[in-house]
Design a protein around this ligand. Sequence first.
Ligand code: ADP
Ligand code: MG
Length: 698
Amino acid sequence: MKTVSDYFGSLVFDDRIMKSKLSADVYRSLKKTIDEGASLKNDVANAVASAMKEWAIEHGATHFTHWFQPLTGITAEKHDSFISPAPDGGVIMEFSGKELIKGEPDASSFPSGGLRATFEARGYTAWDPTSYAFIKDKTLCIPTAFCSYGGEALDKKTPLLRSMEALNKQALRILKLFGRDDVKCVRTSVGPEQEYFLVDKEMYEKRKDLMFCGRTLFGAKPPKGQEMDDHYFGVIKPRVAEYMADLNEELWKLGILAKTEHNEVAPAQHELAPIYATTNIATDHNQITMEIMQKVASKHGLVCLLHEKPFAGVNGSGKHNNWSMATDKGDNLLTPGETPYENAQFLLFLCAVIKAVDDYQDLLRLSVATAGNDHRLGANEAPPAVISMFLGDELTAVLKAIENDTPYSNHEKTVMKLGVHVLPKFTRDTTDRNRTSPFAFTGNKFEFRMLGSSNSIACANIMLNAAVAESLKVYADRLENVEDFETALHDMIKKTIKDHKRIIFNGNGYDDAWIKEATEKRGLLNLKTTPDALPTILEKKNVDMLTSHKIFSKAEIQSRYEITLDNYSKQVNIEAETMVDMARKEILPAIESYAKDISKTLIAKTKVLPELPGKYEKNLISKLSAYADGIDSATSELESAIIEFKAIEDVTEAANFIRDVILQKMAELRVVCDEAEAVTSEKYWPFPTYDKLLFGVR
Ligand code: ADP
Ligand code: MG
């Protein structure tokens, strides 16, 4: 039998394959490109392309594609076959260095927010050698960035790579101050925990809302939901277990370190977490994971729902972005060290994150803003829309002692002086798993918990890296030329704690009292919806920061703002139209035919027994008629609102109309439909109900 180690990464052109397939010289040049960003010479590119092609063909590939991540949030690929006509009438398989390095998809239909129009008509894709090529569906997939000819990013990978570079640059400046001249590079790592739902495919196909929107737009609460907590970490059902085994195998072949899997809180909800990797690779892997999850589900007669809120009344799905910074020497910069000096360094990096999260709450919030995620944040199941940080009692006490020049009580009874005293060892406290915090320190990494399950993790990490790079820059600017480094460092850490302690909150983030305190006393932002959050990207402080680190240009910021907001409006508009369609063509006819059959029953019964009062039937018929009227009028109102929405040209105004009007009308229509469902015979209801969807997979 084949073991995992036999086939792990078998579909990846990874370092092992490169070493064996490339000459020593070519391998060395390529490594220089991967590790240090050195540009690739033509002959090297040709040699790599040729080896890649040989290897891909050996593994059954017939096509290649530049695989990229446009602003739609999903991945894109355009397949070209390797074939080229041979003079003898046959074909030869070709793939050149040029084709490896650069592609020109006819990509005019991808959203660009006017960027391509402003700059050049077409975009191009450029190989990202830091992420390995892989084979999927008999196609060699080459991870690429997608840009306009003017160099403006049209994708999520380009700014992510830029943000990693910005953080690297500033972190190296800081490390130099601590005498770490040996460090060549600092990279951020991410381990994204992915939540999802599995539903039966046959049932899925009977629901237009699931098919068009990925979530249910109607559905009365079933008698049982998640109240028993019997699903969380529960025994995995056989069909789901088979799915997970198959999924793991597919992911392992693609070199993705799928590690843990378990049932989540809601019925039919599950989670998969990989072992963490460099942010760029983790992002690519998460995109592939989401795709493979859906593909494998289909083979098992299931559908994998990645929507943030597929069902009302039970938890939605998110993604936890576990984030850390590490040097090429393997030191995690968020690990408290062994010596006083190392501890000071740790505290400085910790403070950089605290300052970053406080200064750029808005950017972090908007990085996770989507129509789907608006249903979760602040809805008592996910973190609130207010961003705060959990540090745990111990670390908070240490910071307090530094701020106030007071002794740290659990420690020696002396005033903490950085660079002199050893910090206590913070062991990862398993009891303080604060699950309600949007941004929690978990021993040697931060867990950003606001991401939606279908989000690309690129956006959150771009903003996080950018904000931390900015803190580090401010620190480096101040510390580089001081005479007394230790005193300056101590003062700066103290100042950071004083200025930014409002962002630290170790209590229950779901508590209403906290939201009040956060917004009224602490002045933290509470950006409840996508249209509330997104405009903050245009604020001067944010534009200045993002452009100064060369993560986005002004035009890129504007285009992203428009595209994201437009996506939001489009997505909700599709939901609204789907509701109208389902209400008119499915729900109303079902209620009518049920009422008709009840009427027939009543007539038949009174024929036999003319004196029968027929109270039950008459009541029911009148109830059903009232619901039908209610549904009809709520649908008409939603229809009118959709017409009004379509006449709005300005993206911001349109999104605000969606938030203030369309979503309200949708909610009103849903209420009457769900009430009608509760009194309609199951036999007549036109699509599978919540109980079947949530408990149907055995
Ligand atoms: P849980 O949060 O469920 O207790 P863990 O903390 O073990 O689980 O890990 C959650 C995720 O965090 C995993 O994907 C793991 O690989 C990742 N992770 C662990 N250490 C780091 C780190 N230093 N940097 C980034 N991610 C990490
Ligand atoms: Mg976790």
